[in-house]
Design a protein around this ligand. Structure first.
Ligand code: C5P
Length: 208
């Protein structure tokens, strides 16, 4: 096991950007675990398989190739929504979590970001961060990213979608989104990424 950094938080909280910066700075491997759930959802959508077909979703989860996860292909907003539907299924989570744990063991260290990294995937992580931001701040960030990518979705729709996804992620029975007891809370509502990164770097250096 190398050094493990666990980063959790709701959609568009800034955890992905933070995870990438940390991985680059310390020379660690990075896994955006959201992409693993998105890959399952996209395979079902592409095959016209209903999103509530748990047996098909679990088979698909066992086949996800972590090396081939492409953020550009999986980023679409609709795939995130579909991912949160397959993510409530225990058999899907079990298959993905096992592979995520193997990734976390890579040397010299790994940064994993998601919803349940500090609580379920890597409860013994060397450092745990829980990144939050107020819903309107997250919706503004997500809305501008989507506009830049050519989307015409309204800010109000983006905010409503985020709130619905937060509720689904926080209220499911298996591995709900919540901070681990020993997680450090980072609120990025009024913090730019550079400030958040400096705070995270200081915590990691202290833990090493
Ligand atoms: O982070 P991202 O928006 O890509 O995640 C998509 C969905 O995948 C989340 O809304 C959540 O339902 C699910 N997910 C999860 N556990 C993780 C990462 C993502 O349940 N560790």
């Amino acid at each position: 096991m190398g050094f493990v950094v666990a980063i959790d938080g709701p959609a568009a909280s800034g955890k992905g950007t933070l995870a990438r910066r940390i991985a680059e700075t310390f020379g660690f491997h990075h896994l955006d675990t959201g992409l693993t759930y998105r890959a399952v959802a996209k395979a079902l959508l592409d095959g016209n398989v209903p999103l509530d077909d748990e047996a098909a979703a679990a088979r698909t989860a066992l086949e996800v190739e972590f090396a081939g996860l492409d953020r550009a292909v999986l980023a679409a907003h609709g795939i995130g929504e579909a991912a949160s539907k397959v993510a409530v299924m225990p058999s899907v989570r079990q298959a993905l979590v096992e592979a995520q744990r193997r990734f976390a063991a890579r040397q010299p260290g790994a940064v994993l970001d998601g919803r349940d990294i500090g609580t379920v995937v890597c409860p013994d992580a060397d450092i745990k961060l829980y990144v939050v931001a107020a819903p309107p701040v997250r919706a503004r960030r997500r809305h501008s990213e989507m506009q830049a990518a050519g989307s015409t979705a309204s800010y109000d729709d983006v905010l409503a979608d985020l709130k619905r996804r937060d509720a689904r992620d926080m209220n499911r029975d298996d591995s709900p989104l919540r901070p681990a007891d020993d997680a450090h809370l980072l609120d990025t509502s009024e913090m730019d990424i550079e400030t958040a990164f400096r705070a995270a770097r200081a915590l990691i250096e202290a833990a090493r």
